[in-house]
Write a protein that binds this ligand. Structure first.
Ligand code: ARG
Length: 573
C-alpha cells in the first residue's frame, strides 16, 4: 500500500501547492465501501485555514490512473485503487524483489545487539529461555531485513552464588558417570537435594557461600568443577539451538566479566555508597530501590556483571543500541541497570524487550523444587503428535522430516503468534490444529500453493515457464495480463500482499513479531478463500497465467514472512 500512499501524497500536495509529506496521515478505512485508502483532512485544515469538509470536497475533483474513484465523504477523501494497476504493480514488484520484498533501508547499517536466550549453566533450559531465544532471534531477522547490522549475544548465566551450592552438592552427592550421561538431569537432582537438606541443616547455605567465595578467588579444584558443569551444559543447550536453527554471534558467559569488575567499579565510583557494609547505588531519584553492587561478604552480583557487560557491549562490541530479550519478571533489574546508565551519562539506547510466561498444562516450573519440564520432551511429544496427524490425513512422503519441521514450527509459532507481553497457555491440540491459527495451517497452505505452481509449470508452455519464471526473468516481454484479475477474492489477496512491508515495519517499531505472525495467518486464510473460489489450473490460458503469478507472489511473501519468524516451510506435505 505504501506506493499508493506515496501517490496520494504526491497528488494532493501538488494540487494544494504544499510541500508536506502526507503519507503518515493516510488511513485504511474501516469499511471497504469507503475505499481502499483515506485521507482525513483535519490536519490540512490547519495549514490551509479552510474547513476539512471544504478541502476534501475540492480535492475530490482529482483524477489519476492509480485510482478508479476519488470521493469526498465529509472531512475524508476516499481513494478506490484501480484494480488493474494494483495487480500489475504489486505482483510485478513481488516477483522482481523476491526474498527482498517487504524490506526497507531503515537501519542504514546501524548496529543493534540483541541479548537473547541467555540460559543458566547447570540448570535446565527453561521455557522462559526458549521464549527469549525465539523472540530474540526473530527480532534479529527483522532488524537485519530492515538493513540494521543486528547481532545476537547469548549472555550465559555461568556465575553466581548457585555455583557455591552446586559445588557443595556435587562434593557430597555428585557422580561422575551420571554427570556424563545426563549432565543437566544429574545437576538438577543434586541441586534439588541441596535445597531440601538446607531446610534441615542451616550450615549448608553458609558452606555454599564460602565455596562461591573461594571460586571467585580462584580455587583451582572448584574452577575445574565449574568448568565441567559449564561445558556439559553448553552441549545440551546446543542441541536445542540446533533444533531451532538459531546461531549466536557472541556467546559470552557472565564469568567473562569478572576480570573487568574492578574497572567497572572504578567507573561507578562517583555513584557508590556504603550501606551496612554493602555497596549500593542510590536510585531514589528514579523512584527505584537502590541497586546492590557488592554484598557485605564482597561477592559480586548479577547487576554488577550486567553493568560490566553493558560497558563491554558499548566499548568493545561498538553497539549503540542494545536490546535485552528477557522475561517481565526482571523488569526491576533492567530499570535499575538503565537508570545507572543515565547517571553515568552513557550514550546508548537500551530496551528491555519483556515477555510473559508460557504455562504448560502440566503446571508451573520451579528449578529449586525440581518441578521442571524438559524442552526435549516437549519437542518429542510435538513430533510424535505431528506424525500421527500426518498419518491420519494421509499426508507427506517424507514423514520424519516433515513431522520434525511441523513440531519445531508449532513451538515457535505458538510463541510468536501472541503479543509477547501476554501470558500464553500452551495447548497441544491448538498449536497443531491444521485448521487454526497455527504453524501447520500455514505450512499446509504453502505446500498447497507450491503444488499448484508445480502443476502449472509442468503443464504450461507459456509465460510461466519453469526456468524463466523461477529464476525470476524480467516480466517485461511476456508479462501476464493482470487486468484479468478482477475477482473480489483475487483483489483482496493482492491488497493483503501489498501490506507486508507495513507489517514488518510495525513489528520492528514495537519489537513484536506477532504482527507478522498474525498477518501471515490472515494471508493464508485469504489465499485459501481465493483458492476455493478461483480455479487456477482449470482457467483459460490468460487468466491461468495471471493467477499462477498471483500464487507465486503469495508463496514469496509467505516465505519472507516465515523467514522473519525463523519458521521452515516444507516443500511438500
Ligand atoms: N541468565 C539470566 C536468567 O536466566 C538471564 C540473562 C539476561 N540477560 C542479561 N544481560 N541480564 O535469569
Amino acid at each position: 500500500m505504501q506506493l499508493f500512499k506515496e501517490r496520494i501524497s504526491f497528488l494532493v500536495s501538488s494540487k494544494l501547492k504544499i510541500k508536506e509529506d502526507l503519507i503518515s496521515l493516510i488511513e485504511i478505512p474501516p469499511d471497504q465501501k469507503l475505499g481502499d485508502l483515506s485521507l482525513p483532512c483535519f490536519n490540512l485544515a490547519k495549514t490551509l485555514k479552510k474547513s476539512p469538509v471544504e478541502i476534501s470536497k475540492s480535492l475530490s475533483e482529482l483524477s489519476d490512473i492509480y485510482f478508479s474513484k476519488i470521493e469526498a465523504k465529509g472531512p475524508y477523501l476516499n481513494f478506490f485503487i484501480n484494480p488493474t494497476i494494483l495487480s500489475s504493480i504489486v505482483i510485478k514488484e513481488i516477483l522482481k524483489q523476491k526474498a527482498k520484498y517487504g524490506s526497507k533501508d531503515i537501519g542504514k547499517k546501524e548496529s543493534v545487539l540483541i541479548d537473547c536466550s541467555s540460559p543458566n549453566i547447570a540448570k535446565p533450559f527453561s521455557i522462559g529461555h526458549l521464549r527469549s531465544t525465539i523472540i530474540g532471534y526473530s527480532l534479529y531477522k527483522i532488524y537485519n531485513f530492515l538493513n540494521f547490522k543486528a547481532k545476537t549475544l547469548n549472555h550465559l548465566g555461568d556465575w553466581g552464588t548457585q555455583f557455591g551450592k552446586l559445588i557443595v552438592a556435587y562434593k557430597k552427592w555428585g557422580k561422575e558417570a551420571e554427570l556424563k550421561k545426563a549432565p543437566i538431569k544429574h545437576l538438577l537432582e543434586i541441586y534439588v537435594k541441596f535445597h531440601k537438606e538446607a531446610e534441615l541443616n542451616k550450615d549448608l547455605e553458609e558452606e555454599a557461600r564460602k565455596a562461591f567465595s573461594q571460586l571467585e578467588s580462584g580455587n583451582k579444584q572448584y574452577l575445574k568443577l565449574w568448568k565441567k558443569f559449564s561445558e556439559e551444559s553448553k552441549k545440551e543447550f546446543n542441541k536445542i539451538y540446533k533444533l531451532l536453527d538459531v546461531k549466536f554471534d557472541y556467546t559470552i558467559g557472565e564469568s567473562f566479566y569478572i576480570p573487568q569488575l574492578e574497572s567497572t567499579l572504578k567507573i561507578l565510583s562517583p555513584l557508590l555508597k556504603e550501606d551496612n557494609e554493602a555497596t549500593i547505588v542510590d536510585l531514589s531519584q528514579f523512584n527505584l530501590p537502590p541497586a546492590l553492587i557488592k554484598k557485605s561478604d564482597g561477592a559480586t552480583l548479577y547487576v554488577t556483571r550486567d553493568l560490566a557487560s553493558l560497558l563491554y557491549r558499548i566499548n568493545k562490541l561498538k553497539s549503540k543500541r542494545l536490546l535485552y530479550v528477557v522475561g517481565s519478571e526482571q523488569s526491576l533489574h533492567f530499570e535499575q541497570l538503565f537508570s545507572i546508565c543515565k547517571l553515568l551519562n552513557l550514550k546508548v539506547e537500551s530496551h528491555h524487550i519483556k515477555f510473559g510466561l508460557i504455562m504448560l498444562p502440566e503446571g508451573k516450573m520451579s528449578t529449586r523444587k525440581g518441578n521442571v519440564i524438559f524442552l526435549e520432551d516437549v519437542f518429542n511429544k510435538l513430533e510424535e503428535l505431528a506424525s500421527e496427524i500426518l498419518k491420519e490425513k494421509g499426508l507427506s512422503s517424507n514423514k520424519k522430516e516433515t513431522a520434525q519441521m511441523i513440531a519445531t514450527a508449532s513451538l515457535i509459532y505458538a510463541d510468536l503468534s501472541n503479543d509477547r507481553v501476554n501470558t500464553i497457555t500452551f495447548d497441544w491440540n491448538r498449536v497443531l490444529d491444521f485448521n487454526g491459527n497455527s504453524a501447520p495451517y500455514i505450512q499446509y497452505t504453502n505446500a498447497r500453493a507450491l503444488s499448484i505452481l508445480n502443476s502449472g509449470f509442468v503443464n504450461n508452455s507459456g509465460f510461466v515457464n519453469n526456468s524463466r519464471f523461477v529464476k525470476g526473468a524480467t516480466l517485461t516481454k511476456q508479462s501476464p495480463d493482470f487486468s484479468k484479475l478482477i475477482h473480489p477474492k483475487e483483489l483482496t489477496l493482492i491488497k493483503h500482499l501489498s501490506l507486508f512491508q507495513e507489517k514488518v515495519i510495525q513489528s520492528y517499531q514495537s519489537n513484536k513479531p506477532h504482527v507478522i505472525a498474525n498477518y501471515s495467518h490472515e494471508l493464508c486464510q485469504i489465499f485459501n478463500e481465493f483458492y476455493h473460489e478461483c480455479s487456477v489450473l482449470k482457467s483459460q490460458k490468460d487468466l491461468k497465467d495471471a493467477r499462477l503469478s498471483l500464487v507465486k507472489a503469495f508463496t514469496i511473501v509467505l516465505a519472507n514472512a516465515m523467514s522473519l519468524l525463523n519458521i521452515k516451510l516444507p516443500k511438500k506435505m
